[in-house]
Design a protein around this ligand. Sequence first.
Ligand code: IPM
Ligand code: MG
Length: 362
Amino acid sequence: MELKITCIPGDGIGPEIVSEAKKVLDAVAKKYGHTMNYTDILMGGASIDAYGVPLTDEAIQTARDADAVLMGSIGGNTTTSPWYKLPPNLRPEAGLLALRKALNLFANLRPAVLYEELAEACPLKEEISSAGFDMLIMRELTGGLYFGERKTIEENGVMKAIDTLTYDENEIRRIAIKGFDIAMKRRKKVTSVDKANVLDSSRLWRKVVEEVAKDYPEVTLEHMLVDNCAMQLVKDPAQFDVILTENMFGDILSDEASMVTGSIGMLASASLNDTKFGLYEPSHGSAPDIAGKDIANPIATVLSAAMMLRYSFDLDREADAIEAAVKKVLQDGYRTVDIMSEGCTQVGCRQMGDLLAERIGL
Ligand code: IPM
Ligand code: MG
């Protein structure tokens, strides 16, 4: 099969980790007889430096023409980088938001899994972490506060900033359906997270989610207020299977969930639209402080490439092979510095890529 993939190396550690993911994909292609057809585009700071804007129309078109997009990370140090002196709509993050919107990537899947081999890195007390956890945050990605009308005005000599949080029932329904569909393939539990005790948008969210739930009698639905959810994630993460939530809450809760795994360098993500097309990226950021040092952990990007094979190309066997290679590398005791522990062998980004590629098909 020929796979047409647009790559966005991006900023910071992005180019290093995407290179290693390509290395692993090439090993998969070789073993299973596929052809990887990559085209790189610039986004974020790299695009600002080259073109003065965080994403060009040509780059959007190249992404649209592919079957899937594999991304590293974008953005720099928000206090020191000159990119953050630019107006907000020209900063690196605006490129990512524009791409999500242009490609209608409304469903963001962020798995947070406690890896048995890395359980020591989990910051939770052992009595909590020993239960293990494996949850998936399904975050709405193209609505809510991120895309509502916003402005900063001066009123009677007082500065005032306004952001609007809007959801219509169709936006809620389509993400809820994705959430329930994926729950059917997992442990059949959906926790819908909102702030229905305060927000109208949350009350509509709850109503629509309940309507969708009627079509999934096998799935247990529970509602949880977002502040309580933030607490439950550290108190009892094992209770969660699919967390279904709106854009802003999902942004915050997914960082929290990834942190409680203790290994954010391991977590992948997928952003999907209504077709097989998707954008795949690690859950972590661009880590500009360690860029170019060959110490970044490429595993989250490699696992994102596995999600890409699974969701956009239906290549389950190949995705399984990548996930097995990751498990094997960990069992063999290799660690990048972020997940290093006593008795293991510390390796750099490139060597981790080599070790993973070697293990494809073992
Ligand atoms: C994320 C990031 C982005 C977001 C930023 C970079 C705009 O934090 O993907 O979670 O807030 O969605
Ligand atoms: Mg975020």
